[in-house]
Design a protein around this ligand. Structure first.
Ligand code: FAD
Length: 393
């Protein structure tokens, strides 16, 4: 550090501008903390925009025919988010565009009688409706569709609109920067922002998704390690009807075979963004082969939809999460506090409100210095492009 550096102070420094960092910035500033956020590239550009934007109610984790820790942890989340969208939650998301108020589950063939009975059971009554043909969404109105259709309580958010909303209220506290974390004997002593500026905070929050691994390694603060679970998602663009649904097939066992979400492309066409088992099994496949396999599966699942004039692409992306013994999907958001640092992974966009509660709880016993609000002379940061804007430029 040179002598003529500008030394700034704040209460909380957040590293990472995906959903978790931006959620925490809004939550903490709403609570009166002086918090600043640093994003190295563009807001939302990693897992957040690669996500399908679904706010899960957990039904997809119960397709084995029984509820699980995952399905129970998450079941209230659609209501928590709806409250925020109605302006009644911890974060004000009023007016946020929802891509779909409804999410469906359809089967290509009769489901096993065990799963069918479970889906119709009293315990799931508030979470799922079996639909009559007259209530089918238009994409399934064809008489060629002979499977069953259920409506779940999940909603689908427009993630760029979500990130824009979370950015707007506190945009002057968000900076483009990849800070170098300075530490001494296991305690963070400051952030080196650039050759002129350093920042000292009472608390430092790592909310950098897969970037947390490097931050943890550089600072040696946490015993925690990160796991990544890769996916190869498929994108199809054309004049397509919107589909928001899990395709469930006996072939995929207790996991959705294909998870469909539909997103507007700036050119006016619709992009189907396809995940689920298809994307898990797609890892390592040549994109051309994965696209060919997907075309065959869609032709079998939705034979009435014409896919002749469509463009195709795939996206390789990793989910970044705290390591689990079995490398399985974690059921809860993760927050670890050590000295003046915290490491966070929401594990699902859906679980950010729970992540926020955990962070607030851990901060409630911390001591904060009172000083003037700091505004830094650093570049502002843009919102990233979506994977389908990049793929179909
Ligand atoms: C294909 C896919 C589909 C998914 N679908 C869903 C879904 O439908 N519903 C759901 O609930 N969840 C879903 N998820 C999970 C969800 O996307 C993630 O849990 C969530 O987006 C993680 O957000 P984050 O802010 O922690 O990480 P990210 O969105 O990855 O953001 C981390 C940010 O930190 C920045 N950064 C990294 N290192 C540094 C550094 N050193 N300095 C400054 N900035 C840094 C990065 O540039 C990035 O912008 C999905 C995930 C994937 C991959």
């Amino acid at each position: 550090m040179t002598l003529n550096q500008n030394r700034h102070d704040t209460q909380i420094a957040i590293i990472g501008g995906g959903i978790s960092g931006l959620w925490l910035l809004n939550l903490l500033r709403n609570q009166g903390y002086h918090a600043l956020l640093f994003e190295k590239d563009a807001l939302g550009g990693q897992q957040t925009f690669a996500s399908q934007g679904m706010i899960h109610g957990g039904l997809k984790y119960a397709l084995g025919g029984f509820t699980t820790t995952a399905s129970e942890t998450i079941k209230d989340m659609p209501n928590v988010w709806r409250n925020c969208i109605e302006g009644k939650g911890d974060i004000d998301l009023s007016g946020l565009e929802i891509l779909s108020e409804d999410y469906y589950l359809f089967s290509d063939a009769a489901l096993s009688s065990k799963v069918t009975a479970f889906l119709a059971s009293k315990s799931l009554k508030a979470r799922i409706d079996t639909l009559d043909r007259k209530d089918f969404p238009s994409a399934f109105a064809s008489t060629s569709f002979r499977g069953r259709l259920y409506r779940l309580q999940d909603i689908v958010l427009n993630t760029p609109a979500l990130i824009e909303k979370l950015r707007n209220k506190y945009s002057r506290y968000i900076y483009q920067c990849a800070p170098i974390v300075q530490n001494h004997e296991g305690r963070i002593t400051g952030l080196h922002l650039n050759e002129n500026d350093t920042l000292r905070a009472d608390r430092y929050i790592f909310a950098a998704g897969s970037g947390n691994a490097q931050l943890i390694q550089n600072t040696q603060l946490s015993q925690t390690s990160m796991q990544i679970r890769p996916l190869q998602q498929v994108m199809v663009k054309g004049n397509l009807p919107t589909i928001f649904a899990h395709a469930v097939s006996l072939k995929a066992g207790s996991k959705p075979r294909i998870t469909f979400t539909s997103h507007p492309h700036p050119d006016g066409q619709t992009v189907w963004y396809l995940g689920g088992n298809l994307a898990e099994e797609g890892v390592g496949k040549d994109p051309i082969d994965l696209i060919e396999d997907t075309k065959k599966e869609l032709a079998a699942l939705l034979p009435w939809i014409d896919l002749t004039d469509t463009s195709w692409a795939t996206l390789n992306v990793d989910r970044a999460e705290p390591s689990q013994n079995t490398h399985a999907r974690p059921d809860f958001p993760f927050v670890e506090a050590k000295d003046n640092a915290m490491v966070c992974w929401p594990t699902k966009l859906t679980l950010c409100p729970m992540l926020g509660d955990q962070v607030l709880e851990k901060l409630s016993t911390a001591q904060f210095t009172r000083h003037e609000e700091t505004l830094l002379q650093l570049p502002t940061v843009q919102i990233a492009k979506t994977p389908w804007e990049l793929a179909f430029d």
